[in-house]
Design a protein around this ligand. Structure first.
Ligand code: ADP
Ligand code: MG
Length: 531
């Protein structure tokens, strides 16, 4: 491995790196820095998440653009505003004493403020496509003379959502600029698009076979849609210091999960594109300062984010594709740290998980959700060690005195019990957790349901089919394996239809005498349902 010095960086920059605490280059930095410094071809840089891609282009940029000029010299495009701020900050921290001006330009920030800094002169603009286009249209930004264009999260930038804007921006830049694309993933289709917009280029890739960090433990739980929330709570509660990101597919889901967690007194917030910019910045800073320890986010909102020491990434909903998986779990296990990635998989998604596993070239192990009993036990242990910790490190005099006063009047175990109850309230209450019943999947991949009445109450095949049809939109040929016994019955349905029926009967359980629940794996237990 080479040192920063051997990569051709200047003495000033080496000093800056020392202060910043970067001791040696990461593999992608080792590859890109000399090529960007000495060569002239376009670059596609690909390396795992969290391996310092920002500095891999940021360091040579500050070296090459060492003087202030009258015009903008480089443009870095990012998919989100948060990332624009983060990347601008990182480059700023690398420039050392150089008189370079690096400014983030993004939607949601006051345009007046941006106009002012653009008028003063900017060397490196780091921005989101929408706002950059605004400025191009207003003629407050001129990119005709840039020598470098960087697309950070390059595959996302050339994806449908951004491609049109990026093309329009590129049309207004100089022909002979150098284009550099950085990302952890580069799907073939996007690679084709990239080639169209680049001149002679070099691919600099760091592949250890795996796209994800080997320091991140990857596991999955099989959970039905209904049980996901409960599963999430258990995973959070089992950890002593959970500091994690939870990914949902849609903004609606993000809000729902966040609100639900807040109702249960978790310290959490939501991050997605519909939240105002100032709010988003506040939320992210609260998270970084650990005022909240759970952040619920959509894929795009969290792309590229570098929050140190995230312990867990949870895929509350399965990522759309292998690339999304790589980027999501790449928020943990960064810069040499360890992390945990947990994925919730509903029975019908099992194949998709296999596909992701294969494409992301990674192993995802199956595990069992923690049991309520075990969580409570852990919580008790934690209370004990916290108290012992306080005794060891020195109990404050005023509390000790109050304790002695109280002990004059009350029995010690009652007193301590009251204090614990006051402090920990419902924490040790098993009933604050709900039961998770495993979904039984039959050989056709359908969910097996238990029907709480049978022949003796007049149930027939036909009646059961009509009840099911009434509560979900399913054609008869999808219904399988009806089994009608004297006091109860069973039926198999495709996963989604089964979920719909279950949802209905959960709500309307008491109104009609009829009820349908999940079949239990243990057949012996079916007896419990007999009337
Ligand atoms: P990527 O874009 O590859 O996901 P980032 O550029 O966000 O990764 O970097 C991840 C973290 O690693 C950042 O906090 C960054 O400051 C740090 N980092 C980058 N290069 C080095 C290095 N050579 N030594 C130590 N830390 C580094
Ligand atoms: Mg990055």
């Amino acid at each position: 491995m080479k040192s920063f010095e051997e990569l051709g960086l200047s003495a000033d920059t080496l000093k800056t790196l020392k202060v910043k605490g970067f001791e040696e280059p990461t593999p992608i930095q080792e590859k890109t820095i000399p090529v960007i410094l000495l060569g002239s071809e376009d670059i596609i840089g690909q390396a795992q998440t969290g391996t310092g891609k920002t500095a891999a282009f940021g360091l040579p940029l500050v070296e090459l653009l060492d003087k202030r000029l009258k015009h903008v010299q480089a443009l870095v495009l990012t998919p989100t505003r948060e990332l624009a701020i983060q990347v601008a900050e990182e480059i700023h921290s690398l420039k050392g004493k150089k008189q370079l001006s690096i400014v983030p330009i993004y939607g949601g920030q006051s345009i007046q403020l941006q106009l002012r800094s653009l008028r003063k002169g900017v060397d490196i603009v780091v921005g989101t496509p929408g706002r950059i286009l605004d400025h191009l249209k207003r003629k407050s930004l001129n990119l005709q003379s840039i020598t470098h264009l960087v697309l950070d999260e390059g595959d996302e930038m050339l994806n449908m959502g951004f491609l049109e804007d990026v093309k329009e921006i590129m049309d207004q830049t100089s022909e002979d600029k150098r284009t550099m694309l950085f990302s952890a993933t580069m799907p073939k289709a996007i690679m084709q698009i990239a080639k169209k917009y680049m001149n002679e280029y070099k691919v600099l890739k760091v592949t250890k076979g795996e796209l994800t960090s080997s320091r991140t433990e990857q596991i999955y739980f099989e959970v039905s849609e209904q049980n996901k929330f409960e599963a999430l709570c258990r995973i959070i509660d089992v950890e002593e210091d959970f500091f994690g990101l939870v990914f949902c597919r849609t903004k609606v889901d993000v809000n729902r999960v966040a609100n639900h967690l807040m109702e249960r007194s978790y310290q959490t917030d939501a991050l997605h594109g519909d939240i105002s910019q100032s709010q988003r910045e506040k939320i992210l800073s609260k998270f970084k300062k650990r005022k909240i320890n759970i952040l619920i986010a959509t894929d795009v909102a969290a792309r590229g984010l570098d929050v140190p020491d995230i312990t867990h990434v949870i895929n509350y909903s399965l990522p759309q594709d292998p690339e999304a998986y790589v980027h999501r779990i790449g928020r943990t296990g960064r810069a040499g740290k360890t992390g945990n990635a947990i994925t919730f998989v509903t029975p019908v998604e099992y194949r998709k998980l296999q596909f992701i596993k294969h494409k992301a070239k990674t192993d995802i192990r199956k595990e069992k959700l923690p049991k309520v009993k075990d969580i409570i036990k852990l919580k008790k242990q934690r209370i004990r060690s916290r108290l012992e910790g306080i005794i060891e490190t020195g109990l404050k005099e005023e509390y000790l005195q109050l304790a002695q006063n109280l002990l004059d009047k009350h029995e010690s175990e009652y007193l301590l019990g009251a204090l614990l109850q006051h402090v920990f309230q419902g924490e040790l209450d098993e009933t604050s957790y709900t039961e998770i019943v495993d979904t039984v999947v039959d050989k056709n991949g359908k969910t097996r349901l238990f029907v709480g009445f049978g022949k003796s109450s007049g149930l027939t095949h036909k009646k059961l089919i009509s009840i099911v049809k009434e509560h979900c939109d399913v054609s008869s040929d999808k219904i399988r394996d009806i089994q009608i016994c004297d006091k109860f019955a069973f039926i198999s349905l495709p996963f989604h239809e089964a979920e719909q029926v279950l949802k209905y009967f959960q709500k309307n359980r008491n109104q009609s005498g009829v009820y349908i629940t999940k079949a239990k794996k243990d057949r012996g237990k079916e007896r419990r349902f007999k009337r």
